[in-house]
Design a protein around this ligand. Structure first.
Ligand SMILES: *[C@@H]1O[C@H](CO)[C@@H](O)[C@H](O)[C@H]1NC(C)=O
Ligand SMILES: *[C@@H]1O[C@H](CO)[C@@H](O)[C@H](O)[C@H]1NC(C)=O
Ligand SMILES: *[C@@H]1O[C@H](CO)[C@@H](O)[C@H](O)[C@H]1NC(C)=O
Length: 298
């Protein structure tokens, strides 16, 4: 009996012992000391945490990624992009190529002349390939940098309309992915395939498309390149990044396949050439891409 009574009294008096003025077995003064201890303890932890983050941020640049090795060689992307990079359509049946036309329309809408009108954001960089156009160090105080205009009319037969899909001579539009501070170097003459040499005039990263399988080369037919030369002109480099050059436009190249054999699965490989442009077996979009055309005659 008495044990039971003691047990009950033990619980309530543990929570609040009015005799000793203790709450949960400690006096107010003791609780205050514990509280102060933990405030200081966690304060120090937070201080160390913030300190290390700050120290790490100091070593980062606002303008340039610290580690760029994974993306250093530029990828090549193209429009229209489709599943398995397969472009398949029927001449004269708009519903089979509408999606491709829309994809290109969307890409080119960023290149409208009106969007490049502001002279404090854009400048003319000529209509022939010329050398790099540096605009000061990344970290200097110049602030925002201008970007070169890119005139859509350079894309010739691929600048508007159905981009050749309606008559079986499709265009694709190609760009080299942006890499901050990257200066692509043109190829020395002999790394360039024989067939691409006539188009090459220096100050340019040339692009060239061939049949993926040599034995199908004659099915590819003539290929026409439009843009500022058949490639990416050097005056559009270096790129200063989203912060300093938000309006930057990549130069475009349009490639028109003028007589691909109809009703045939044509595999094409397009490649850019440059001294610091590499290809990888793992990443097939690095410096090149594959595309498969099936053009059905109506
Ligand atoms: C041109 O660009 C500058 C800088 O971005 C901006 O301050 C200015 O308002 C723009 N002018 C026009 C007419 O949009
Ligand atoms: C590359 O070679 C061709 C002739 O084979 C020549 O006309 C052209 O000027 C050369 N280009 C460069 C950049 O050396
Ligand atoms: C397209 O290629 C075929 C052979 O594959 C040829 O008979 C035809 O004349 C070519 N058309 C044009 C316009 O070059």
């Amino acid at each position: 009996m008495s044990a039971n009574k003691n047990g009950d009294g033990g619980w309530t008096s543990f929570i609040w012992n009015s005799e000793k003025r203790e709450f949960l077995g400690r006096t107010g003064c003791s609780w205050l000391k514990i509280f102060i201890f933990y405030v200081i303890f966690y304060g120090c932890l937070a201080g160390i945490f913030i300190g290390t983050i700050q120290a790490m941020l100091l070593t980062l640049s606002n303008y340039k990624p610290k580690y760029q090795d994974r993306v250093a060689p530029p990828g090549l992307s193209h429009s229209p992009q489709s599943e398995k990079t397969e472009i398949s359509f029927t001449i004269g049946d708009a519903s089979t190529y509408d999606q491709y036309v829309r994809h290109i329309n969307q890409l080119l809408s960023a290149y409208e002349k009106e969007l490049q009108a502001n002279n404090s954001q854009f400048e003319d960089c000529g209509d022939q390939p010329s050398t790099y156009k540096p605009r000061g160090e990344l970290e200097s105080d110049y602030g925002m940098r201008k970007a070169c205009r890119f005139n859509k009319n350079l894309l010739g037969d691929c600048k508007e309309g159905k981009y050749g899909f309606d008559d079986g001579t499709p265009c694709i539009i190609v760009k080299l992915n942006r890499i901050v501070n990257f200066m692509p170097r043109p190829p020395t003459n002999d790394s360039l395939p024989e067939a691409a040499r006539p188009n090459f005039q220096g100050n340019l990263i040339p692009i060239h498309c061939t049949s993926k399988r040599e034995e199908e080369a004659e099915n590819l037919g003539p290929v026409e390149y439009y843009g500022m030369g058949a490639g990416f002109p050097l005056q559009y480099y270096p790129y200063y990044g989203k912060l300093l050059q938000p309006q930057y436009l990549q130069p475009l190249v349009a490639i028109k396949f003028k007589n691909i054999t109809k009703n045939f699965e044509m595999r094409v490989e397009c490649k850019v050439f440059g001294e610091n442009i590499y290809y990888s077996e793992k990443d097939r979009s690095q410096g090149r891409f594959d595309i498969k055309f099936t053009i059905k005659s109506s």
